[in-house]
Structures are given as C-alpha cells and as structure tokens.
Design a protein around this ligand. Structure first.
Ligand code: NAD
Ligand code: WQD
Length: 336
C-alpha cells in the first residue's frame, strides 16, 4: 500500500518540485496551501510532469478545522512543512505577520499531528540560522546565532519548538537547513514565481536578461573573496526536492528523535561567478553594474555536506551552469 504524505505549502517553489519527486518515488501526496504565494495553476503543472494527480486543500495551516478534516480522512505517514513566509526584508516591516504565519503555523500543525499520532515531520529550515560565520564551510554543529531578522528568528524558534516537543513526545523530525535554492524544473513547467521586484539574485538576473528589469546591481565588490563579491552555496531546487524524499525514508530508521542536515552543494560561488555561468551557458550578455554593499549581507557562506551525503545518501547532481540554464528556460516560458 502506498504511503500518504501531507505537504504544506506544496504549490510553492520548493514544495512543487518536492511533490513531483514524492510522486516519482511512489508516495501519495496531499497538499494544503493557502495560495498566498502560489496559484492553483501550479497543481496542473505538477500533474503534467508526474502524470499523477493529488488532492489539494486550499486553506491556511493556521485553520485548525481544515487540518482536522485532512488528518481525519488520511492516515498520514509523514508531513513536510514548507508553508511559511520567506522574505527577509518584509519580515522586518511585518514581524508579527511572520511570527503568526511561520511560528503559529507550525504550532497549529504540531497540535493536529499530536492528536492524530502522526510522528514524522520534515521541516524547512535555512542556512540563515548560522548568521555571519567566520570560517565556512558551516557544519551542523556550527553554533546558531541570534537572528538579524524576524524571518531568521522564526526559523530558529521553529527548530527549538520541534526539538523541545520531540523530547516529550514519540515524535521524529528532520530539520533541513537549505542554502540558496535556485533554478527550475528542467521541463520548465514549474519554477520560482517572485512577486514584484525580486530580492534574490537569480530571479533578478533572469528578469534583467528578459528586459523586465533594466540592470542588475551587484551588491559590493570589496569583500574579502576572490573577486570581491559575496559567496553563497547555490543549490538546484530539484536536488533540494530529492533531499526531502531521502529525509522521509530516513525518518523511519533514525535513532535520534530530531536530526539536522545542511542541504547545499558544498561549493561556494561568488556573485560574479554566477553571472558568468549565466552568460556562458545561455550565450547572453547581462547588463549589470557594481553598486554598494547591501546592509546585512554575509560575506561568505557555504555548506559542509558530509553529513547529508553520508547519512541521507544524498548528493547534489546539478552544477551552477545547470541552475542558470534551467532558471533562464523557466523565465523565458513565463507569460506564455
Ligand atoms: P514559497 O513562498 O514559494 O512557498 C511557500 C508556499 O506556502 C506557497 O505556496 C504559499 O502560498 C504557501 N503558504 C504560505 N503560508 C501558508 C499558510 N499559512 N498556510 C498554507 N499555505 C501557506 O517559498 P519556498 O521558496 O518554496 O520556501 C518553502 C520553505 O522553505 C519556507 O518555509 C521557506 O522559509 C524555506 N526556505 C526557503 C528558502 C528560499 O530561498 N526559497 C531558503 C531556505 C528556506
Ligand atoms: C545572494 C547574493 C547578494 C541580489 C536569502 C535569505 C536567506 C535564504 C536565502 C531563506 C548576495 C547578491 C542579490 C541583487 C546582488 N532564504 N545580490 N544583487 O541573501 O544569500 O539569502 O535567500 O531562508 O535567509 O537571506 O540570497 O539571493 O538575496 O543574495 O548582488 O540584486 O547575491 O548580495 O551576495 P541571500 P540573495
């Protein structure tokens, strides 16, 4: 009998790719998403890729009655919790909205999981919990720092709540700390849908190449790195999606109640390297200029991935050129 997984936020950027991978791995999927940062069209796209359908409930994870109905109907094997707000800058302007959506959302979910004795949870955390680090790569033991934004605080609080809850209940959880997810499904049917002016590098690059934005500003070239621009660990969203499938099967056999994994490639790229990769693989010239530093940016961070490689048996397959090729193919298909 196939196992049924609840995916919160399953129509979003990472969630949609994960639903595709879960279906490919033989799981039945149920999605709850309030369409706050996605659209119902994504469901059709996912089903086109996988050739399989899934049930969607359009509701908020803070809507207890909606969750109750789903947990009463299905015997969930596990839950993957993506649903959250994710814009760092917005969280500074609307902190309460972030605590409510991200922290209360998790508490609401845990309440219903407890009632229905569902014990496996995969949680979307972020490398943001490490803050500014002195000597990357960061391991899972690298100390967590006080967050600079309510978004970061919400992720730290959620990790703490899950860890504390699991101390007292028969409960297993894997915290996945994502590095910088980019790219899109190679079919170009699903990808990132940023609202308004993108804050993140890759959607800004693709929108500039598409003529939607006039010019990309590189935020600072006076950092202590090879070419002076910041270093990040960019990870293809489909590789990241596959890590969730590995995490789900590990949840069943793990000895600890809670375990945490970095999910990155283990390689750092500078902003200029990302631009060069985009230009080379797509045979384009990008209009960009060097500007001042962006407040709050970390100079250099990338993941130590030994743990996720060895314990989950997961390694990233796509490189930065694949990421840039798929991101551009997705951008070109938008609006069609
Ligand atoms: P996204 O905004 O594309 O997807 C989130 C989905 O959740 C959307 O479909 C949205 O409509 C839905 N949603 C939001 N709040 C909800 C609620 N209260 N109830 C029901 N649905 C709700 O974001 P994403 O990039 O796919 O991120 C997924 C998760 O990964 C988030 O928890 C995010 O914090 C985390 N994360 C993202 C990144 C990144 O750079 N994209 C990096 C690290 C961690
Ligand atoms: C990447 C690099 C910028 C835009 C954010 C969140 C983090 C996590 C991932 C959720 C930096 C530079 C960017 C531009 C630029 N999300 N840049 N010009 O800041 O590493 O992380 O997303 O958990 O919490 O903070 O990602 O894509 O914004 O920036 O030069 O127009 O690109 O300075 O060096 P970041 P990003």
């Amino acid at each position: 009998m196939s196992k049924t997984i609840l995916v919160t936020g399953g129509l979003g950027y990472i969630g949609s790719h994960t639903v595709v991978e879960l279906q490919a791995a033989g799981y039945d999927v149920v999605v709850i998403d309030n369409l706050n940062n996605s659209s119902q069209e994504v469901k059709t796209r996912i089903e086109e890729i996988s050739g399989q359908s899934f049930e969607l409930t359009v509701a908020d994870v803070n809507d207890n009655a909606a969750l109750e109905e789903l947990f009463a109907k299905y015997n969930f094997e596990g839950v993957i919790h993506f649903a959250a707000h994710k814009a760092v800058g917005e969280s500074v302007d609307y902190p309460v909205m972030y605590y409510q959506n991200n922290v209360s959302g998790l508490i609401s979910l845990l309440g219903v999981m407890e009632k229905h004795a569902v014990s496996n949870l995969i949680f979307s955390s972020s490398c943001t919990v490490y803050g500014e680090t002195k000597n990357p790569p960061v391991t899972e033991q690298t100390p967590i720092q006080k967050a600079e934004s309510p978004y970061g605080t919400s992720k730290i609080l959620c990790e703490e709540i899950i860890t504390d809850y699991a101390k007292h209940k028969d409960f297993k959880s894997i915290l996945l700390r994502y590095f910088n997810p980019v790219g899109a499904h190679p079919s170009s049917k699903i990808g990132e849908l940023p609202l308004g002016v993108p804050n993140n590098l890759v959607p800004y690059i693709t929108q500039t190449a598409a003529g939607i934005r006039e010019q990309l500003t590189v935020f600072g070239d006076d950092y202590n790195t090879e070419d002076g621009t910041c270093i990040r660990d960019y990870i293809h969203v489909l590789d990241l999606a596959k890590a969730h499938v590995k995490a789900l099967s590990y949840c069943d056999k793990m000895a600890e109640r809670v375990d945490v994994f970095n999910v990155g490639t283990g390689n750092g790229n500078t902003v200029l390297e990302v631009i060069r990769a985009f230009e080379t693989v797509n045979n384009l010239k990008l209009n960009y200029k060097i500007g001042p530093r962006r407040g709050g940016d970390i100079e250099k961070i990338f993941a130590e991935t030994t743990k996720v490689n060895d314990v989950l048996g997961w390694t990233a397959q796509y490189d930065i050129k694949d990421m840039m090729q798929h991101a551009w193919a997705w951008q070109q298909g938008l609006g069609e």
